[in-house]
Design a protein around this ligand. Structure first.
Ligand code: AMP
Length: 303
């Protein structure tokens, strides 16, 4: 397979796992360095920046588009999750993706499937507590995609901070020979983290939603002014979320970035994490900062 990742040219579309495996085996024989960008589609600039990062570093960028049923809980938005493959392919054409893998559910979860990947400890709190089984579904699908594509590098967004920690843990523990690269969160001009789920927001909720990044930035600002005590910082975050109408709050916490252990005092790189609701839509975001309160990119700490 030749390198098709020329900006402007449409990516090749593959829907069968075997087809993907064969195409990439050939690319590897041709000496290509392969980058993988797993997504659930409904692409936005946050996804596309991952593609840019992959295309800048790799000979062949593979984007997967798959709304993974096993990471959605009962009553979550699997059915109504936005899907628009034609639009996604058109967006990718301009961005240097060489190959898109967009399988049907049955192609990846074949009859009789019974195996799940369970990552302990770093899944115990936050998203793992609020969404039981979510990370089993995430770890399972990501491992499957890593097995099929066998990329040199896989790209993930800091937007899903705990997911990055879980995937790095899984890849290390299961000896998956891949480099996990974490890219910064891409935001709307008012600071709201881009998310496919932002499409669910009513105009009132859309106005409330930037309250999340304001609360995160207030936490960093408080640290910059010398605050150290996590309880008083998270109290401020909660007050801000409440005053923006972003309730219920699932969590507003400060943790250290590698193991997500709660911090009592800010003494080094710290992640402020929030999950809160705007109406019926659940939003998550995070900000990493140093003990001087200055923002740090997670990728810098992890590399
Ligand atoms: P999703 O389609 O929501 O599963 O996301 C696919 C990948 O894109 C994940 O690695 C996400 O963390 C990443 N991503 C989603 N939103 C953003 C964003 N606003 N900025 C950076 N990366 C993002």
């Amino acid at each position: 397979m030749t390198n098709t990742s020329q900006p402007g040219s449409p990516p090749a579309l593959v829907t069968q796992p075997d087809e993907l495996r064969l195409a990439l085996a050939q690319a590897r024989r041709d000496g290509h360095f392969i980058g993988l960008v797993p997504t659930m589609g409904a692409l936005h600039e946050g996804h596309l920046k991952l593609v840019d990062a992959a295309a800048a570093e790799c000979d062949l960028t593979v984007v997967t588009i798959f709304v993974n049923p096993t990471q959605f809980g009962p009553g979550e938005d699997f059915e109504r999750y936005p899907r628009n493959l034609d639009r996604d392919l058109a967006l990718l054409a301009g961005r240097g993706a060489g190959l898109v893998f967009a399988p049907r559910t049955e192609a990846l979860y074949r009859a009789g499937h019974a195996t799940r990947v369970e990552v302990d400890r770093v899944t115990a709190e936050f998203e793992g507590r609020c969404r039981p089984d979510h990370f089993r579904g995430v770890a399972t699908i990501v491992l499957k995609l890593l097995q099929l594509a066998a990329p040199d590098v896989a790209y993930f967004g800091q937007k899903d901070f705990q997911q990055c920690v879980v995937i790095r843990r899984m890849a290390a523990d299961l000896d998956v020979p891949v480099k996990i690269r974490v890219q910064p969160t891409v935001r709307e001009p008012d600071g709201l983290a881009m998310s496919s789920r932002n499409a669910y927001l009513s105009s009132t909720e859309r106005q409330q939603a930037p309250g999340i990044i304001r609360a995160l930035r207030s936490a960093a600002a408080m640290v910059a002014r010398g605050a150290r005590n996590a309880a008083s910082i998270t109290r401020l975050m909660r007050e801000q979320l409440r005053s923006a109408g972003l309730e219920p709050i699932d969590y507003a916490a400060l943790v250290e970035p590698l193991e997500l252990m709660p911090v009592e005092e800010v003494t080094g790189p710290t992640v402020a994490l929030i999950a809160a609701h705007a109406g019926r839509t659940r939003l998550i975001d995070n900000l990493v900062f140093g003990e001087d309160g200055r923002e740090i990119e997670l990728g810098e700490i992890l590399d």
